[in-house]
Ligand binder design. Structure first.
Ligand code: ZN
Ligand code: FE
Length: 252
């Protein structure tokens, strides 16, 4: 089975090293900081062979060149963002696949935070690396895309199996929970979830990964297509309800 090493990086990013013991391959999911990644790989005794970037922001691709120079790894990055990402060997988009050993990852277009943002979903491991598209109890800021685009992106993630573990790129859950409780105040699943987040953070524990089924029940952005969210936030289409939620969060 694949092994995942998760570690804090920069101020609130998570670093991920994905290792396949059978082939000896190791993939960096994004590269917030080259030194941290190289050090963590060395501690594990893993040799980095690939980088999979989710989008072009520096806290996701800033370590590409230094890690490639140190290891000779190959870099896979989203086609839509590739012009802004250093060292890209292969540009990918919706429907493409990536490989670590015998494991296949599906590339999913989750544009909206940036135009080209992609997620990497490994069905056999029930893991999705979603960068800054979906967060625990939140979603990424819409820097480049449009509400219909971002909603379509989230809908692609919503369609994954409920047991999928969601590895997002930041520990933003506690502040996301505050907005979620404001957005969806009568949601009992959310209330329980928010309490648990508070406890975990008070104990210094991560709240990532989360599980898709739980996000489907509690994340207000994934619930933009529910009658409750429509009644509270308006919109004729889910994309409009999503737009209202996203705008409200931006100024919350
Ligand atoms: Zn970002
Ligand atoms: Fe980020």
């Amino acid at each position: 089975m694949l092994q995942l090493h998760q570690f804090p990086c920069l101020s609130d990013n998570y670093g991920y090293l994905l290792h396949d013991p059978a082939s000896g391959e190791t993939v960096c999911i994004d590269t917030p900081d080259a030194d941290t990644y190289l050090r963590e790989a060395a501690i594990k005794g893993w040799t980095i062979t690939q980088i999979w970037n989710t989008h072009w922001h520096a806290d996701h691709a800033g370590g590409n060149e230094a890690i490639k120079a140190a290891t000779g790894c190959t870099i896979t990055a989203p086609a839509g963002d590739a012009a802004k990402i250093a060292g890209v060997d292969r540009a990918v988009g919706q429907g493409d696949t990536v490989k670590i050993g015998e494991f296949t990852g599906d590339v999913i277009d989750v544009g909206g935070h940036t135009m080209g943002h992609v997620a990497y979903y490994i069905p056999r491991a029930a893991m999705a690396f979603v960068g800054d598209s979906l967060f625990a109890l939140g979603c990424g800021r819409m820097f480049e895309g449009t509400p219909p685009q971002f909603w379509a992106s989230l809908s692609r993630l919503k369609a994954l199996p409920g047991e999928t573990k969601i590895y997002c790129a930041h520990e933003y859950t506690a502040s996301n929970a505050k907005f979620a409780l404001h957005a969806d105040p009568y949601n009992a699943v959310l209330a329980d979830y928010a309490r648990e987040v508070e406890e975990r953070r008070a104990a210094g524990q991560p709240t990532v990964p989360t599980v898709l089924s739980r996000e489907l029940a509690a994340n207000p952005f994934l619930r933009a297509d529910t009658p409750e969210m429509k009644a509270r936030w308006g919109g004729k289409e889910p994309a409009e309800t999503f737009a209202a939620l996203r705008a409200a969060k931006d100024s919350f």
